[in-house]
Write a protein that binds this ligand. Structure first.
Ligand code: G6P
Ligand code: MG
Length: 218
């Protein structure tokens, strides 16, 4: 039986990874550091702070704290300009009907995101009334793969992790769900998300009933 569902936001409900990636690449370039698409998988799901640490580590670079803060602010400014364009039309295909079906089954829904921009994105997408619990990057101390964000979510929903499904597009997010004892569904490529209990390419044509059956077969 499924008590609750927790959705990651970026890459599951809406595609923002390109905007994150472009902003990080622009910042890295200004520092003389370069990286490709492959590295982007490692930036998904992890906090802004952890991301810049990973980028600086590519070049064994150490910078004073003040400069790190300035760089993060710069990246976030570019990123916020990009997401300000989001509208409800940007909700990924298949997501609205999947969510409506869950609501029809009275299953409580939550968001578990590492992003401090999650409240803005949810506003732009007009999803404020859809999720009963929203845990974002402003509410946690430890970034994914630590399960804190999801554990705070189930607690607020009075649910049990073992009966809660977490939907994640990030390697770090699937690990976080597994570390917290959740049922994990990877949304995206089997190539990266193979540690999830189940991987689906996206929500198009997927029904909760079909998904629950596949999960219980695992
Ligand atoms: C999401 C994205 C990450 C991003 C993190 C923090 O998890 O997948 O790429 O680094 O949020 O985002 P923020 O908006 O707080 O910089
Ligand atoms: Mg994500």
């Amino acid at each position: 039986k499924v008590d609750a569902c927790i959705f990651d936001l970026d890459g599951v409900i809406v595609e923002t990874s390109d905007a994150h990636f472009k902003a990080w690449q622009r910042l890295a370039k200004s520092l003389g550091i370069s990286f490709g698409e492959e590295f982007n998988e490692q930036l998904k799901g992890v906090s802004r702070r952890k991301s810049i640490e990973k980028i600086l580590a590519l070049d064994d670079r150490e910078l004073p704290e003040e400069e790190i803060q300035q760089l993060m602010d710069k990246k976030n400014g570019w990123y916020q300009d990009a997401i300000a364009e989001l509208t409800p039309d940007d909700i990924l295909e298949g997501v609205p009907s999947f969510i409506e079906s869950l609501q029809g089954m009275n299953i409580p829904l939550g968001i578990g995101s590492s992003s401090k921009n999650a409240p803005y994105i949810i506003d732009y997408l007009q999803l404020n009334d859809t999720f009963e619990v929203i845990i974002d990057g402003t509410k946690v101390e430890n970034t994914k793969p630590d399960p804190e964000v999801f554990l705070k979510g189930v607690k607020a929903m009075n649910a049990d992790p073992s009966k809660t499904i977490v939907f994640e597009d990030a390697v770090s997010g699937v690990e976080a769900a597994n570390n917290g004892g959740f049922m994990s569904v990877g949304v995206g490529s089997e190539e990266y998300l193979g540690d999830a209990d189940l991987v689906v390419p996206n929500f198009i044509g997927l029904t909760p009933k079909e998904l629950f059956e596949k999960l219980s077969d695992e």
